[in-house]
Design a protein around this ligand. Structure first.
Ligand code: C2E
Ligand code: MG
Ligand code: MG
Ligand code: MG
Length: 278
């Protein structure tokens, strides 16, 4: 009602805002009482080499289906889990599931898992992650942990300690959503970073020469720092052609495949004997 009466006014804003808060509270309450083991699942999205289209790795993406709320996206529930202190527990549940899928994948494929800033700065969570890797029996070098710049910059020294510990174990570290934060590259060479994931905003408006130049500059930067460069959000043949021409290493996006239920991808890959059978 407020919307119809006064679009864009303070009334409209506060009504929207209030309903958003109410929804967040409902989601938080559901998250607190949910059977997370049963309701959380992992989708996998292929990441493929630009050069020959072979499968490089898969990214684990969390999915939540709740009996009352239906399906809730990670952009929503991860933020709520972070705010309400549930993230560390959630991370452990998701990470164990992801490791389980990794164990079923062909040996030459790695798995990327997203860590929250709150995981990185929580010593107990980092130790649990290390313990879960050991228990799983998978080679640590088949694991990539994705961190955003914002997560790393929030508490650089704590982040560095955690990253060093994981890196010494053999785990690869990726900088996720690169280009959305302050992109302060002065710290990159001081941290154990192996890969950079260019945010999908880089892929927008590539018809525009200055956007194309930006992609080229970002890829060159990765090359000069000897970091593997992965482009996110690749949806079109034009975007893919651009990545080929600038020498980007790998890409991820709907142009190749959407995220799919982990079991489906594992079944496809084991049937196709290691080649991507999508
Ligand atoms: P992200 O790590 O940057 O993951 C990539 C997101 O881009 C995924 O959204 C994926 O579905 C989407 N995407 C992939 N290809 C394309 C494309 O071609 N076009 C477009 N428009 N989108 C594409 P999703 O699955 O909704 O996840 C959103 C974010 O939620 C992730 O962004 C990540 O930050 C967070 N997230 C997901 N799973 C987890 C998790 O297990 N733990 C934590 N801490 N965060 C997670
Ligand atoms: Mg990611
Ligand atoms: Mg990303
Ligand atoms: Mg993102």
């Amino acid at each position: 009602r407020a919307k119809a009466e006064a679009p864009g006014s303070a009334v409209y804003y506060s009504a929207e805002h209030e309903s958003e808060i109410r929804q967040d509270r409902a989601t938080e309450a559901a998250l607190r009482t949910a059977d997370l083991e049963a309701e959380m699942t992992v989708h996998l999205q292929p990441i493929v080499w630009v050069k020959d289209g072979s499968l490089k790795s898969v990214e684990a993406l969390a999915r939540w289906t709740n009996p009352e709320l239906g399906s809730v996206g990670p952009d929503v529930f991860i933020a709520i889990a972070e705010r309400s202190g549930l993230i560390n527990r959630l991370t452990k549940i998701l990470f164990r599931k992801a490791l389980h899928h990794l164990a079923d994948l062909p040996e030459d494929i790695s798995l990327s898992f997203n860590l929250s800033a709150y995981d990185l700065t929580n010593h107990e969570t980092i130790l649990s992650i290390v313990a879960l890797i050991r228990q799983s029996g998978v080679r640590p070098d088949r694991l990539i942990l994705e961190l955003t710049e914002t997560a790393v910059m929030q508490d650089l020294e704590t982040a560095r300690t955690a990253m060093d510990l994981l890196h010494r174990l053999g785990v690869c570290i990726a900088l996720d959503d690169f280009g959305t934060g302050q992109s302060n590259l002065s710290y990159v060479h001081k941290l154990p970073i192996d890969l950079v994931k260019l945010d999908r905003s880089f892929m927008a408006n590539i018809d525009d020469p200055s956007s194309r130049n930006l992609v080229c500059a970002a890829v060159s930067l990765c090359q000069s720092l000897e970091l593997t460069c992965i482009a996110e959000g690749v949806e079109t043949a034009e975007q893919f052609a651009l990545l080929q021409s600038v020498g980007c290493d790998a890409y991820q996006g709907y142009y190749f495949s959407k995220p799919v239920p982990a079991a489906d991808l594992v079944a496809d890959l084991t049937q196709a004997n290691g080649s991507v059978g999508l």
